[in-house]
Write a protein that binds this ligand. Structure first.
Ligand SMILES: Cc1cc2nc3c(=O)[nH]c(=O)nc-3n(C[C@H](O)[C@H](O)[C@H](O)COP(=O)(O)OP(=O)(O)OC[C@H]3O[C@@H](n4cnc5c(N)ncnc54)[C@H](O)[C@@H]3O)c2cc1C
Length: 434
């Protein structure tokens, strides 16, 4: 059986490794390296990932599999140290559990907003993410954090979104916990990533090790067209035959442009996503005074800042920045049609550095010696009301034609690296059953 795999990200690599020896597998990767989003760029002794990529596990088998790829001291285990930068104050994450850290007026508003929600009968659930946050937390938490932060991250108003992506990703403290967090200061609370793992030399190490197990990978080979009737694909200008095709490239472009024919174009046009500009900086010295020592990352809900999150890899691993130096990554979400312009905007970087200095995140007149700007075309899939139907129609149509599509973008979903590894294994299993 010949299996062709599009994409050498974590999903494609894991699927290929699981099929090795059981099928004839060929992986097609448009880039020159493996990893997809899970890659590390090295410059001047700094190691920058495509923004923060940290491993958190719910599945023991996958955790063991990942741990098995590294020597003990190569895979760091960290307790999350993160918070929200709110009007110059540091609020531990998650915001809704730490209202006591807010200035008095905002604290009052968040607490009364929440008590109102408890007292009034809850508004009928329209299924929108916006109504969900309002009915769950009330006005204060919504207006000060949930709404502005999510607006920046997703680039669309949460009233356009459903809640079907949330799963374990949005912390939902019980009423007692939220009230306790408003009355006194507690420690940073749990969450799906309270404890996480990170390869000492950057997340790209994970992909490199999985690639060693994946067999033959055709790098620099973009799959341009797939002809399902003949079970043939065109990659890098050449023709390849397959019995089953695994796709992990973005479903939207695969269905609209790569898969031949018109059948999927209409549904593909319904799929929406955001893009992301990832700015990485390296400088001499340490972080600025507003960053509590050892902080791993900070969320920025205020619209005063273009970025929604800033992380500090050098506070997580001593091997991602040269000695005596620090590094940070910033994430700026945008519409896909804005990305190239943003990526070429020199003023944006200068403006951003100034904002970070003024906020006390960088030291004053920071001695920045390295910059790496990484435009990410596909970052977050937007869960609007049309997404679920369109995705399942496309996936069913493809599967009937021997194409299995999976992974964060292949299935057009909000998922993690652990999910990608799990999906890769499942896709391989499904292939073998077929
Ligand atoms: C901002 C951000 C932060 C994240 N942080 C975390 C985190 O902290 N923890 C976590 O667990 N997860 C995180 N994730 C999610 C994680 O990156 C993904 O779940 C995972 O990397 C997806 O792997 P994948 O193989 O499915 O997709 P991808 O990594 O996108 O791999 C797909 C591959 O297909 C290739 N490709 C595309 N088109 C073609 C074509 N036509 N021909 C050939 N090759 C092609 C691409 O080059 C790519 O290598 C984050 C994601 C984002 C956007």
């Amino acid at each position: 059986m010949k299996v062709a795999v599009i994409g050498a990200g974590l999903t494609g690599l894991t699927a290929a490794a699981a099929l090795k020896g059981k099928a004839q597998v060929e992986v097609f990767e448009k880039n020159k390296v493996a990893g997809g989003l899970c890659a590390t760029v090295v410059k001047n002794g700094y190691r920058f990932d495509y923004t923060g990529h940290f491993l958190h596990f719910k599945n023991e088998d996958i955790k063991k599999r990942v741990q098995g790829l590294f020597d003990k001291d190569e895979l760091l285990c960290r307790e999350r140290k993160s918070g929200i930068y709110f009007k110059g104050h540091f609020i531990p994450y998650p915001f809704q559990s730490h209202i006591h850290y807010l200035p008095e007026r905002e604290r009052k508003e968040c607490l009364t907003g929440f008590l109102k929600v408890l007292r009034d009968s809850r508004a009928e659930d329209s299924g929108s993410f916006y109504d969900w946050m309002l009915s769950r937390f009330g006005r204060g938490v919504t207006d000060y954090f949930m709404l502005p932060y999510n607006l920046k991250l997703w680039t669309v108003h949460p009233s356009e979104m459903t809640t079907s992506w949330m799963g374990r990703f949005v912390p939902r403290p019980e009423a007692e916990e939220l009230i306790a967090g408003a009355l006194s200061r507690g420690k940073e609370k749990e969450g799906y990533n309270a404890l996480y793992y990170y390869p000492r030399r950057g997340i790209g190490e994970l992909a490199s090790r999985l690639a060693e197990q994946a067999g033959e990978i055709r790098y620099g080979c973009r799959v341009e067209k797939v002809f399902p009737e003949d079970k043939v694909l065109i990659g890098g200008g050449k023709k390849y035959e397959y019995d089953i095709l695994i796709n992990t490239s973005p479903l939207k472009s695969f269905a609209a442009d790569v898969f031949s024919g018109e059948d999927l174009k209409e549904d593909a046009a319904l799929l929406r996503h955001s893009s992301l500009l990832n700015i990485n900086l390296g400088w001499k010295g340490s972080t600025g005074p507003a960053v509590p020592e050892g902080t791993h990352w900070l969320y920025f809900p205020s619209e005063e800042y273009d970025f929604y999150r800033v992380g500090f890899p050098s506070n997580i691993s001593d091997s991602v920045a040269p000695e005596g130096r620090s590094s940070c990554y910033l994430e700026i979400s945008c519409r896909p049609d804005e990305l190239q312009k943003l990526a070429g905007d020199r003023d944006l970087i200068e403006k951003t550095v100034k904002k970070l200095e003024d906020a006390g995140v960088l030291p004053v007149s920071a001695d920045i010696e390295t910059e790496v700007v990484l435009p990410i075309e596909y970052s977050y899939v937007i869960y609007d009301r049309k997404r679920d139907g369109a995705v399942s129609r496309i996936l069913d149509f493809l599967e009937d034609r021997s194409v299995l599509s999976g992974g964060r973008y292949g299935k057009w979903e909000y998922s993690t690296m652990e999910d990608a590894i799990e999906t890769g294994e499942q896709l391989a299993e499904k292939c073998l059953k077929k």
